[in-house]
Design a protein around this ligand. Structure first.
Ligand SMILES: Nc1nc2c(ncn2[C@@H]2O[C@H](COP(=O)(O)OP(=O)(O)OP(=O)(O)O)[C@@H](O)[C@H]2O)c(=O)[nH]1
Ligand SMILES: Nc1nc2c(ncn2[C@@H]2O[C@H](COP(=O)(O)OP(=O)(O)OP(=O)(O)O)[C@@H](O)[C@H]2O)c(=O)[nH]1
Ligand SMILES: [Mg+2]
Ligand SMILES: [Mg+2]
Lengths: 291, 282
């Protein structure tokens, strides 16, 4: 569980003979350093370390809990605030779950669409894909090539620049085939591209998706919160996927997407291949942040 | 009064937060802070001027760092090489999804606008859709593309493009390579090999303006393996604060050549140190 993961990261305080103010201040400083180096949002970091210090110094441990264990619990509580608080989306069997991919250019949406198509197929769902990126050259080829490996059909219209229309036609195309999940890949966009945010609104109208997945690059820095917030206003985000965690990035910046949208992190991308998808584990993720 | 460490610390803290929030890497900030302290502690300043002096010194320090990295006029470099009858070879590298392929197309457009002939090497022979993507860009730009099948050796494709350029008297070769994590030794060996085989006149690191602390790891490793001579930072139009520029310059002492400011061919802006510093400190 998360507590054990934090214990490993807190060896210094756990191995110490006694807890005093100086040690707590040192712990707070170490945690602050680690979180900032991991790209965690600056304001969140200061909030967390301030709370950690104040609570560790002023709170009495509940009965049965040693002062050390209490401090670990406080850190656990504070870090847990970084993760989303909404209920995690669950794919409903027996009905059509429409999933819309959303994210900044190059974040890994197309790759994730293929990875998720394979993952869900292996989990027993009937999956289909709509390639609605009408902007990027080669996008449909990229998506089809990858989804072929998962034996998943991709609907797309090379040469049609009307993304909402492709979604409409795609949903019609897959209508009477009892699919459980339809994944919709879209073009990358960021919060300054107002016309693209408007396009996303139009796509959402047509798709009427059950889940909007925000795909976040694991290397992203301090701008994640603002970008995620803007996306959330455009299409309410129900889940997050953090990609490229096989890089040297700790992924702390991407975490801000959870605080900005309330959504939970569902999966992480750990490589370029179609199998490089894992379910999100808070313990491992936080351990990597503090490591 | 004579400046002591604690006088500077308060001001530095505010500047530090500003730099952190602008995506300057923490280790770069630490280094800038210690350089600044070394310079200012013990000097005598007006008490009310402390904040201003510290800020101005930090700004100047960063400005000097950019100056030390030098300037590159890639267009005049190409012109000089053209006058020797040889093609100018530029290779592009970076981690996955930073905008290398799109940047290659933008640079091709810029060169074409400046009346240079260009051939593009589709040396990403790995990622799905990569060859189709760059081929479509070449088609739109009316430029020759050299490509082989997926799975072919990127160094061979690059060498092919060089041979083509030489026999057709083409001014410039742009080599697009596959995205790669600097944590993968095999892929870093591969990019080293491509550069060894082709011996580019200029190697460009393509980084994402939105990246955080990882920029410094990428720049350091890529520079160690390839000794790239300059960088292009993409997606600056996404309201990126641009601290990545400082991280790259600090750890490699190579210049930022251009900023990518959009997805169209014309969206390539020469990096301007002064307007960058103004937006950071202004
Ligand atoms: N190493 C690594 N590479 C990844 C991962 N996820 C995606 N990539 C790579 O990142 C690059 C960008 O991925 P795409 O799927 O094209 O990203 P995208 O969001 O669809 O890009 P746009 O459609 O242009 O917005 C590709 O080279 C992918 O192979 C990951 O988890 N690890
Ligand atoms: N807004 C914006 N988007 C950009 C910029 N540069 C590139 N892009 C977009 O970023 C996405 C990824 O670009 P690519 O050129 O495929 O990136 P890449 O580095 O070649 O990716 P891999 O080859 O998969 O590693 C595309 O959707 C581009 O249109 C830029 O300066 N601004
Ligand atoms: Mg895509
Ligand atoms: Mg590419």
């Amino acid at each position: 569980n998360l507590k054990n993961g934090l214990r490993a990261a807190l060896k210094k305080i756990v191995n110490s003979s006694g807890i005093d103010e100086a040690l707590i201040k040192e712990l707070a400083k170490d945690i602050q350093r680690a979180l900032l180096q991991s790209d965690v949002n600056v304001k969140l970091v200061f909030e967390i370390t301030k709370n950690l210090e104040e609570r560790s110094l002023n709170e009495t441990p509940p009965p049965g809990l040693s002062r050390k264990d209490h401090i670990v619990k406080i850190l656990y509580d504070e870090l847990a605030k970084l993760l989303g608080t909404e209920k995690q989306y669950e794919f409903q069997p027996g009905k059509l779950n429409k999933v819309l991919m959303l994210g900044i250019q190059g974040s890994g949406k197309t790759t994730i669409t293929a990875k998720l198509a394979k993952f869900l197929t292996k989990s027993g769902y009937r999956v289909a894909v709509i390639g609605a990126d009408t902007f990027r050259p080669g996008a449909l080829t990229q998506l089809k090539t990858m989804c072929e490996k998962a034996n998943v059909e991709v609907y797309g219209e090379e040469g049609n620049s009307d993304s909402p229309q492709i979604v409409k036609n795609g949903l019609k195309h897959f209508e009477n085939s009892n699919f459980d999940v339809i994944l919709i890949d879209t073009a990358g966009r960021h919060k300054e591209e107002k016309d693209l945010l408007e396009e996303m609104k139009q796509i959402s109208k047509v798709a009427n998706q059950d889940l909007t997945l925000l795909i976040i690059d694991g290397t992203i820095g301090q701008q994640c919160y603002n970008q995620a917030e803007a996306f959330h206003k455009t299409a309410p985000v129900g889940g997050i996927i953090i990609t490229k965690l096989d890089s040297s990035a700790k992924g702390g910046g991407a975490l801000a997407a959870a605080s900005a949208t309330g959504a939970q992190i569902m999966y992480i991308g750990t490589g370029e291949r179609i199998d490089d998808l894992e379910k999100f584990s808070p313990t491992r993720f936080v351990g990597r942040l503090l490591g | 009064k004579e400046l002591k460490e604690k006088d500077i610390d308060a001001v530095l803290f505010e500047l530090e937060v500003a730099l952190l929030e602008s995506d300057v890497a923490t280790e770069v900030i630490d280094s800038l802070k210690s350089d600044l302290k070394q310079k200012l502690i013990g000097t005598t300043v007006e008490k009310e001027q402390i904040a201003n002096i510290v800020k101005q010194n930090l700004r100047q320090h960063i400005s000097n760092m950019f100056d030390a990295a030098g300037k590159v006029d890639i267009l005049s470099n190409i012109e000089k090489k053209k006058n020797t009858g040889e093609p100018y070879i530029i290779s592009f590298m970076g981690i996955n999804g930073t905008g290398k392929t799109t940047t290659v197309a933008k640079v091709a457009y810029l060169l074409r606008e400046n009346k240079f002939s260009v051939v593009i090497a589709a040396a990403d022979t790995y990622r799905a859709g990569a060859i189709e993507q760059i081929t479509e860009h070449a088609k739109r730009l009316n430029l020759k593309i050299i490509a082989q099948n997926y799975g072919s050796d990127p160094a061979a494709v690059s060498r092919d493009a060089v041979l083509y350029a030489k026999s057709h008297k083409i001014d410039c070769i742009l080599i697009d390579t596959a995205g790669r994590m600097q944590t993968s030794k095999n892929l870093m060996d591969q990019i080293s090999k491509i550069n060894k085989v082709v011996n580019p006149d200029f190697k460009i690191f393509v980084g994402d303006s939105l990246a955080g602390n990882d920029t410094i790891n990428q720049a350091r490793e890529f520079h160690q393996y390839t000794k790239f001579e300059g960088s292009i930072l993409t997606k600056s139009d996404a309201d990126a604060r641009g601290g990545a520029a400082i991280s790259i310059v600090k750890v490699t002492s190579t210049p930022i050549l251009y900023l990518g400011v959009g997805q169209e061919y014309k969206d390539l802006k020469p990096f301007d140190k002064d307007s960058f510093l103004e937006s950071l400190f202004g």
